[in-house]
Design a protein. Structure first.
Lengths: 113, 112
């Protein structure tokens, strides 16, 4: 079945450590996105990529990094520079001509202790 | 960053009742989206609206793109227990920018 997969579902890290969240899609979508969700708030865009080897900062990119070496994959690294990394992270993908019809993964809940 | 204002923040309703929620902004949007999110899951797109005044249905759900382009409405008719969840609106101010602004969500709880 086609879809978008995030792993792991839950992740615990010690403060000061970098951590990488995985996002893979087999929908043949060009565009991929990373969002952060905090309790009681809407989604906020961290990074997005319209095509392989290209990505753009979203509204809250500080403390995060991404890569897009393959069309199917868009990993997000939460660095030690991110001041408040504990959150629910959502990855999404879409066709470039159907940006509004994005498919979301099931999310990764990151807890930094 | 900017977020859209959604209301109500939460609501309890009886099974079978109709539900209305809205999303407002001080800015004009070119596209409005409505998503539903179950606990611990990613949002699922319910309805997409592309033109001011557009009214679109998806089963028991109906959404409208406000004439002023600064608001959108979602109605759910004859609610059922599986309608429980958080409903988010999202708007795109400039078409094709890949940057959607999300509302703060309306948490719906249906009492059987």
């Amino acid at each position: 079945d086609g879809g978008i997969t995030q792993s792991p579902k839950y992740l615990f890290r010690k403060e000061g450590q970098n951590v990488t969240l995985s996002c893979e899609q087999n929908l043949n979508h060009d565009a991929m996105y990373w969002y952060r969700q905090d309790p009681g708030q809407g989604l906020r865009l961290i990074y997005y990529s319209q095509i392989v080897n290209d990505f753009q900062k979203g509204d809250i990119a500080e403390g995060y990094s991404v890569s897009r070496e393959k069309k199917e994959s868009f990993p997000l690294t939460v660095t030690s520079a991110q001041k408040n990394p504990t959150a629910f992270y959502l990855c999404a993908s879409s066709r470039r001509d159907r940006v509004s019809e994005a498919f979301f993964g099931q999310g990764t809940r990151l807890t930094v202790v | 960053g900017q977020q859209l204002n959604q209301s109500p923040q939460s609501m309890f309703i009886q099974e079978g009742e109709d539900v209305s929620m809205n999303c407002t902004s001080s800015s004009i949007f070119n596209t409005w989206l409505w998503y539903k999110q179950d606990p611990g899951e990613g949002p699922v797109l319910l309805i997409a609206l592309y033109k001011a005044g557009e009214l679109t249905s998806n089963g028991r759900l109906t959404a409208q793109f406000g004439i002023t382009r600064k608001d959108s409405f979602l109605n759910i008719s004859a609610s059922i227990p599986s309608d429980v969840g958080i409903y988010f609106c999202a708007g795109e101010r400039i078409s094709g920018t890949y940057k959607y602004i999300f509302g703060t969500g309306t948490r719906l709880k249906v009492l059987a």
